[in-house]
Design a protein around this ligand. Structure first.
Ligand code: PEP
Ligand code: MG
Length: 596
């Protein structure tokens, strides 16, 4: 039995046999052709390009229908690559000049092309290499007449194990067969992770030496909560996890029954529970889980899932589709939070030494008025379709907020001049996710209608701990007294200024912090939809008076672990079985006890 650690990107626990997707399925030898064979070889190539283009168009339409336009647009990028005249000339040139087969021309040209991508310093270019491999594979299969992924013939459930999966491979997976994904490559924002998550397939990425250490047929446990993969577990571990898996399913079904119950504390205080989404297609699930609206729409994914810069129409269509589904429920559209770990490879090419401290988020928008205003106009146009609100991320000074307001005013004037209807009184808020904003909340409160506390970044910037770095993961904790003191102070100001304040970081979806957050005065949380039922269950079992007492006590502790132990005990007192379905201790990575 071997325990491996990766990054959890899509939740769920699965015990199942591995199926290894090997890289060397398509061997291409160099085959010389005679000059007289050149025209026929070129014709074969063009036929393969045309057939692949047809497949890609089908795949794009199918993916758009099932997962939304942004995800489908990934295949537009493949189509664009495939029909690039330079590339087609390169293929033909090799056949003609080197007298090689179409297969060999495709492999060599695309391998050179992917090498050029890989040599770029920007890591997101490296990420695009898999798109090129995907295309190569597609063309070769057409040329060689092989079936699609060998997986097509497999009937039994499996865990798909690979070095990497391309976006189209992932989107093509049959959920009834592929129960989980475990791969070596990838990060939280890779296309593969995004698609696995939208499809609801439990997934762990970034697992070192997985392909070396796993063979098809090995039994695997994949834990999409903790990011752990266990290879060939012993019988006792399997039994334990199979039971855990069944309990998990029962638990989720039971929790789903919470959906129609009101989100009220035991003494009748309503607590608003909103959902966080990245794609419009996630709204239905958020509503299904009981979300009372969308408190964080991470719009940068509109860019990340597309190779073309989204137009105002693309923005508008995405926002309009969400607003229409919400039927008047609140929709907080966060303006682009690009940069740091969310690079759009087709945009600005500047490589920064410290991207998390660099031209990220609102800074990037303030430096690129054109891009920002395209988005602002689209949000304004959608504002008449429901309770749409705007939220600026990463604000760190009153000046930045002033500039953002000015650009919003410009966008309003432009809409007005064009006769486009919009709400001039659209509520405008900011994320409190930089310590400077938390410390200046008193001043910032004068200029906005609402705050939303982004604990993911607030923790990162307060504790100087990179939120994506495994090596310092144990230091990343919401339970640090410095973080809690900032939350307490923001809530005090929010009460004093009567400014509505929500919290949209992962901390809000972690049940061990619910009592504390309510005790601090939070009456709105925006969380991953999956966690809504669980948080609602805690809320319905606590009283405001008890929560306030507990929050005061928490603020008296000096050590994160004391705080976590105390909150765990208090939560169990009201709901003894609340953590019983959490990942087993064996599967909990170091430091995971502290939510983000
Ligand atoms: C946050 O920082 O807490 C947040 C919600 O934003 P993101 O996770 O998108 O940075
Ligand atoms: Mg953030």
């Amino acid at each position: 039995m071997e325990i491996k650690k990766g990054i959890a990107v899509s939740s769920g626990v699965v015990v199942c046999r591995a199926w290894l997707l090997s890289d060397d399925e398509l061997h291409i030898d160099r085959r010389e052709i005679t000059p007289s064979e050149v025209p026929a070889e070129r014709k074969r190539l063009l036929k393969a390009v045309a057939a692949s283009s047809d497949d890609l168009r089908d795949l794009r339409d199918k993916t758009t229908r099932s997962l939304g336009k942004e995800t489908g647009a990934i295949f537009d990028y493949h189509l664009g690559l495939l029909n690039d005249q330079h590339l087609l000339d390169d293929f033909a040139g090799r056949i003609e000049n080197q007298h090689c087969s179409a297969e060999y021309a495709v492999r060599r040209t695309l391998r050179d092309f992917s090498k050029a991508f890989f040599d770029q310093p920007d890591p997101l270019f490296k990420d695009r290499v898999k798109d090129v491999y995907d295309l190569e594979r597609r063309l070769l299969i057409k040329l060689m007449g092989k079936g699609r992924m060998r997986l097509a013939g497999v009937k039994d459930p499996l865990v798909l194990v690979a070095k990497d999966l391309t976006p189209s491979q992932t989107a093509n997976l049959d959920k009834s067969i592929v129960r989980a994904i475990a791969i070596e490559a990838g990060g939280q924002t890779s296309h593969t992770a995004i698609i696995a998550n939208s499809m609801g397939i439990p997934a762990v990425v970034g697992v070192e030496d997985l392909v070396r250490d796993v063979s098809s047929g090995d039994l695997l446990i994949v834990n999409g909560y903790s990011g752990v993969v266990i290879v060939n577990p012993d019988e006792a571990t399997v039994t334990e996890h199979r039971l855990y898996e069944q309990r998990q399913m029962r638990f989720e079904t039971r929790l789903d029954q919470m959906r129609d119950l009101p989100a009220l504390t035991r003494d009748g205080t309503p607590i608003e529970l909103l959902g966080n989404i990245e794609f419009p297609s996630e709204v239905d699930n958020a509503l299904h889980k009981g979300a009372q609206g969308i408190g964080l729409y991470r719009t940068e994914f509109l860019y990340l899932a597309s190779d073309k810069e989204p137009t105002e129409e693309d923005h508008y269509n995405a926002y309009a589709s969400v607003a229409e589904k919400l039927k008047g429920k609140p929709l907080i559209i966060r303006t682009l939070d690009l940069g740091a770990d969310k690079f759009w490879p087709h945009g600005e090419k500047t490589v920064e030494d410290n991207p998390f401290l660099g031209c990220r988020s609102i800074r990037l928008c303030l430096a690129n008025h054109r891009i920002f205003k395209v988005q602002l106009r689209a949000i304004l146009r959608a504002s008449v379709l429901g309770d749409v609100r705007i939220m600026f991320p990463m604000i760190s000074s009153p000046m930045e907020l002033k500039q953002a307001h000015m650009l919003l005013k410009d966008a309003m004037d432009e809409c007005y001049d064009l006769g486009v209807p919009f709400r001039r009184d659209i509520p405008v808020g900011i994320m409190i996710e930089v310590p400077a904003a938390a410390l200046m909340a008193n001043v910032l409160a004068r200029e906005v209608n609402f705050f939303s506390i982004g604990t993911n970044d607030l923790i990162q910037y307060t504790l100087a701990v990179d939120r994506g770095n495994q090596r310092v993961a144990p230091l990343f904790t919401a339970a640090h007294p410095a973080v809690l003191a900032l939350l307490r102070d923001v809530m005090r100001i929010s009460r004093k200024r009567k400014i509505s304040t929500s919290l949209c970081g992962e901390m809000g979806g972690d049940p061990q912090f619910t009592i504390f957050l309510v005790g601090l005065g939070l009456r709105s949380l925006s969380i991953t939809p999956h966690n809504i039922p669980k948080i609602k269950q805690v809320l319905r079992n606590i009283t405001i008076k008890d929560a306030e007492k507990i929050a005061r006590r928490v603020m008296s502790f000096e050590q994160p672990q004391q705080i976590l132990n105390f909150l765990n005990d208090e939560t169990r007192k009201v709901l003894p079985d609340i953590f019983s379905e959490e990942p087993l201790p064996l599967l909990t990575p170091a430091g995971a006890a502290a939510g983000g």
